[in-house]
Design a protein around this ligand. Sequence first.
Ligand code: ADP
Ligand code: ADP
Length: 230
Amino acid sequence: SIVLEARDIRYRYPRGQEAIRGISFHFRRGEKIALVGPNGAGKSTLLQMFNGMIRPDSGMMLFDNRPMEYDRASLRELRRKVGFVLQNPDRQIIAPTVYQDVAFGPTNLGYSEAEVRESVTTALRHVGLAGFERRPPHQLSGGEKKRVAIAGVLAMDPDVLVFDEPTSGLDPSGSEDLMELLDELNHEGKTIVISTHDVELAYPWADRVILLADGQIIKEDIPDVAFGNT
Ligand code: ADP
Ligand code: ADP
C-alpha cells in the first residue's frame, strides 16, 4: 500500500528560485528510499513536504491516500506519523536531559505520565541508549546525540521516518551502526526515507533510489538501474 505520494508538486521560496519543479512519486509502506542528488538539488525542500513543514505552491501531497491538510490539527497528526530526524542533532535536541528530550514529543501528544515513561524507555532501548536517561545531551558524542534525536522521534511511533543526511558528521563505524539501526527500524515495519549526496551510502542500502537534480526527478529505480550498473 502507498503511504506517501506527491502529484506534480512545485515550490518556490519567497524571494528565491523554484526549488521543486513538478515532482511526482509514491512510497510504499515498508520501503527504504534514498533521495540522492547534489547540493541544491532540492532534497531538503522535498523532505519538508513529507510532514507538511512546507506546503507545495501547486500539486498535491497525500498521506495514506488522503490529501494533506494544513490546519493545526492535521499538521500535528501528520508530524506524529511522519517523524523527521534533522541533519544536525544539536538543532533537534532541546531539553537538559536525555529523558526529558525524548519525553517531549509523547508529553506534547498528551500521553499519561506512565505512557510517556514507557515510550521513552522503549525508544532509548531501541537506539541502544538505555541508561542514558539522566545524561545531559551536550556531553554526548555526535553519534549518541543522533540516537537521542532518533529516540525522540520513535517515542511517537511514526509510520514513516525521514532522515536528512543521516550519517553527516559521523565517522565510518558510526555511520555503519546508524545505517544498521535504520535497517532494524525498517524490519519492524517503518518506511524509511533518507536524503544524501552520497551514492556509496545509498547504493547498498536503498530498495529504491530517486535521483534529484535542479528540483526535478531525473531517475527513479532500484539502485542497480538508477546508478546504471545493469
Ligand atoms: P539540497 O537539500 O538538495 O541541497 P535544497 O532543498 O536545500 O537542496 O535547495 C534547493 C534550492 O532551493 C536551492 O537552489 C537553494 O538555494 C534554494 N533554497 C533552499 N532554501 C532556501 C531558502 N530558505 N530561501 C531561498 N532559497 C532556498
Ligand atoms: P520524580 O522522581 O519526581 O517522579 P522524574 O523521575 O519523573 O521525577 O523526573 C526527574 C528527572 O529524572 C527528570 O527530569 C528526568 O531527567 C529524569 N528521569 C525521569 N524519568 C526517568 C527514568 N525513567 N529513568 C531515568 N531518568 C528519568
